[in-house]
Design a protein around this ligand. Structure first.
Ligand SMILES: C[S@@+](CC[C@H](N)C(=O)[O-])C[C@H]1O[C@@H](n2cnc3c(N)ncnc32)[C@H](O)[C@@H]1O
Length: 220
């Protein structure tokens, strides 16, 4: 089993839809993190490809200078998604109530999850869906930092170290058949010793775990 039942629990067990009912038109990580993520997308994503931005909001962090054939968005707050100028279309769905993604098989070149994977209670089901909708050769890119809505993150995330969270996301990929061995990118802020001692400064640490759908289509 990928996660034990208690590892899937949240401190705030109220429905996530209620928690995200009011729009939050803020950025959840700092500028250095966002610039690093946009650069990763520039390096990894192909122009004119089809992108799914899962667990999105009013910003997608995609490079302005890259045009895509289609960007599908998903999240929990309609108003946030309606303000996201990169999305061609979006849908609202609580993945902890229903992890089945309402999109066809092998339809996307890339699926992105930015600073949100810690809120998934059934990552096994969601990663299997991500695999299903990716084209063979398509990529999933999961990025995260050390910030979170603590009461809404699952216990397996909350109670883990930062390296442990990388291992957890790697396990999400490993547990889904048909993904390549995940690649990890870590960029931690370099802080002068005096600032470290005073607990000051430095930007949000950047982590990304990426894998490619390797298996070919199964003939029907
Ligand atoms: C910290 S925000 C990150 C939003 C966006 N990816 C970004 O980079 O700014 C977390 C997002 O996770 C999504 N989310 C949280 N719980 C969810 C759930 N149960 N089902 C679907 N999406 C959820 C919401 O869309 C929310 O906007």
């Amino acid at each position: 089993m990928l996660l034990r039942p208690e590892q899937r629990t949240k401190i705030d067990s109220s429905n996530d839809t209620d928690f995200y009912a009011l729009p939050r038109l803020v950025t959840h990580v700092d500028e250095t993190f966002i610039d690093r993520l946009t650069q990763l997308y520039r390096d990894q994503l192909q122009p004119n490809s089809r992108i799914l931005d899962l667990m999105s909001s009013w910003v997608s962090h995609l490079p302005d200078d890259l045009n895509f054939a289609h960007v599908e968005g998903h999240g929990l707050n309609e108003e946030e998604l309606s303000k996201n100028r990169r999305l061609d279309h979006y849908f609202v769905q609580n993945l902890n109530d229903n992890p089945k993604i309402p999109l066809p098989d092998t339809d996307f070149d890339a699926v992105l999850i930015a600073v949100s994977v810690q809120y998934l209670q059934y990552p096994d089901a969601v990663f299997s869906e991500i695999h299903r909708i990716l084209k063979p050769g398509g990529k999933a890119i999961v990025s995260f930092s050390n910030r979170m809505f603590y009461q809404k993150a699952i216990a397996a995330w909350r109670d883990n170290s930062e390296p442990g969270r990388i291992e957890l996301v790697k396990r999400y990929f490993h547990s889904t058949q048909g993904f390549s061995s995940p690649e990890v990118i870590v960029q931690k802020p370099v802080k002068p010793l005096i600032m470290q001692m005073l607990g000051l400064g430095g930007s949000d640490p950047f982590y990304a775990v990426m894998a490619t759908r390797t298996d070919p289509l199964t003939p029907v």
